[in-house]
Design a protein around this ligand. Structure first.
Ligand code: SAM
Ligand code: ZN
Length: 319
């Protein structure tokens, strides 16, 4: 049997997945007792202890998740999804991580996965397992439901984790987890790559769980992202601060490459309403400005440009 990828969020002992209840072995628990974590009916596991919750319902709300799901499934950000997956597949092939002779599974963590628009596509790039992790329970519920329906969850494919290695199957096994990026319930040096798509970036936590030379893929809005929307909402348009986080990552990661993705959007009133609900800065806009913007789109579609930047980084080997 493979060594478990997971550790207990309460006592850090090895945590063994199972179809009904995950249990730690209690070896690092002073009381030496095991902690159980039930698998929810939708197929996810909640590994966020109450003491790590900073609010009653942390992370994105049900309403923003539903809006994002509609907007993303309409394909508006498909070029970004394609670029991320292409780069991921190239990294995996380059390292021969998915060569037929490999003996170890390739594990990927998608942190702040939301309802899984990007995660779903990542699962087709050649890795064996994807840990789809988010602090928002409604987001993970959505992701788990969708993957349960396609039989992609770990317990639906349990026998195939080993078999997959042999047969070279293309779709990864998915583990949907409610967890905080700051307290990842993952064994040290067990993860080959992490993606953080518009999501939190925690340099030391990422460094701890990544294998030597593990990858980090980050997507962020680029300068000029949705500028027509921001001009309509704010008198004073501030630019996105795209690369301040790079300084924090510098002690652990080397930047291999950056990629810019631009895409012209032509949005209906419904698309725009969803975009405003899923976009954090829209909360700051005055409600009259939002109403005026939405009213202007009733007769004519709204044109704007989405601009993203993708950073591909690699854990620096300390010599
Ligand atoms: C802007 S959304 C991006 C979601 C998804 N990656 C996408 O692009 O569609 C950011 C996500 O990060 C999650 N999040 C925020 N803080 C987090 C934390 N500390 N740990 C894990 N996830 C977090 C939110 O719940 C939300 O789903
Ligand atoms: Zn435990």
């Amino acid at each position: 049997m493979l060594v478990s990828l997971f550790i207990c969020p309460l006592c850090q002992s090895p945590l063994q997945p199972a179809a009904d209840t995950w249990r730690c072995d209690g070896s690092l628990n002073p009381k030496k007792t095991a902690h159980p974590f039930d698998v929810a009916r939708q197929g996810y596991v909640n590994l966020l202890p109450v003491q790590q919750k900073k609010s009653k319902a942390p992370g994105d709300s049900q309403a923003s998740i539903e809006a994002r799901k509609r907007f993303l499934n309409a394909g508006h950000y498909q070029p970004l999804q394609a670029l991320i997956c292409q780069k991921m597949a190239e990294l995996l092939v380059k390292d021969e991580l998915i060569s037929k002779q490999k003996s170890k599974p390739v594990n990927w963590l998608d942190i702040g996965c939301g309802e899984g628009y990007y995660t779903q596509a990542m699962a087709q790039t050649g890795m064996d397992t994807i840990i789809a992790a988010d602090i928002s329970k409604p987001a993970v519920v959505e992701l788990a439901k969708a993957n349960k329906a396609t039989h992609s969850l770990w317990y639906q494919k349990e026998v195939t984790v080993d078999a997959k290695l042999a047969e070279g199957s293309k779709t990864a096994v998915i583990y949907p987890l409610v967890t905080s990026a700051a307290h990842l319930p993952l064994r040290k040096h067990s993860i080959n790559g992490i993606s953080s798509i518009f999501s939190p970036i925690l340099p030391t936590a990422f460094n701890d769980v990544l294998t030597s030379k593990g990858y980090l893929i980050i997507a962020k809005p680029d300068a000029g992202h949705l500028s027509a929307v921001r001009e309509a909402l704010f008198d004073d348009v501030r630019e996105h601060d795209s690369d301040k986080f790079l300084q924090d990552l510098a002690p652990y990661f080397t930047l291999l490459n950056t990629y810019n993705v631009s895409t012209e959007l032509t949005l209906s009133a419904d698309d725009l309403a969803d975009l405003l609900t899923m976009t954090p800065y829209a909360y700051r806009a005055r409600s009259e400005k939002k109403q005026a913007l939405l009213a202007s789109v009733v007769t004519e579609k709204f044109a704007t440009e989405a601009k993203f930047i993708v950073y591909v980084m690699q854990k620096t080997v300390i010599v």
